[in-house]
Ligand binder design. Sequence first.
Ligand code: UTP
Length: 276
Amino acid sequence: MIKKCLFPAAGYGTRFLPATKAMPKEMLTVVNKPLIQYGVEEAMAAGMTGMAIVTGRGKRAIEDHFDISYELEQQIAGTSKEEQMKDIRHIIDSCTFSYTRQVEMKGLGHAILTGETLVGNEPFGVILADDYCVSEEDPVLLQMVKLYEKYQCSIVAIEEVPADQTYKYGVIGGNEEKPGVFRIQQMVEKPDPEDAPSNLAIIGRYILTPDIFDVLRETSPGRNGELQITDALMSQAEHGRVIGYQFKGQRFDCGSVEGFVEATNYCFENYYKNGK
Ligand code: UTP
């Protein structure tokens, strides 16, 4: 059983400046909840209760969000507003939160390695909270946990992107063993379309086996001098130990203004208006 979920949340969020100058990108709200709360709810739906968050300077609002606010609680006690706090109270009561700081932002792989101290020697989920995922079926991380039970190796969520967008993602190549399930043989970080092995891009949901930490320690910085998680995953893939999973659902890139607005409209129409 996978009990912990890692949230790398130390990035600068430069695509969303000036909003992210003093506020963490993960605290941007889609309708009335911050992105990271949706992420935590998705991890809980996948059976995880240990939330391990890699933060950085200027990210304290995340810790405060997942803590009791006594003054506020007292202020709204006995009023209808208590209802709006129900979900976050349930999260605080059901989960444990642990934090560590990434002191230098040396890339997603480095952020994940920084999280080792919180995760330990067990398989774990990873959610990049700025990728907001919705599904009519099981939540995306739960779909992946179910797949992990069968394959017992690292799993990355993938989706088709237009060929001219591959330069934004890690892109995979591999054998489709079952519809939507690929045994990964190749992974290229942010390739130009002519160098991309496919148009299947990795998005911000992973299940990782803990040997990834040793691999990350041995991995040299790649593109942009950053430690890339795709380079480390490639070492596991060489042993046939990475599955690419075309998840059922929809992803919004809330790290970009366009994706964020789309997510907001989607969430308002489909959930908020219906009281969900
Ligand atoms: P992004 O590529 O979205 O980078 O990182 P970013 O810095 O947050 O945003 P932009 O591109 O400048 O707008 C993907 C995920 O990895 C985390 C980010 O917080 C985000 O969740 N990350 C990235 C780290 O935690 N540390 C890093 O050094 C880099």
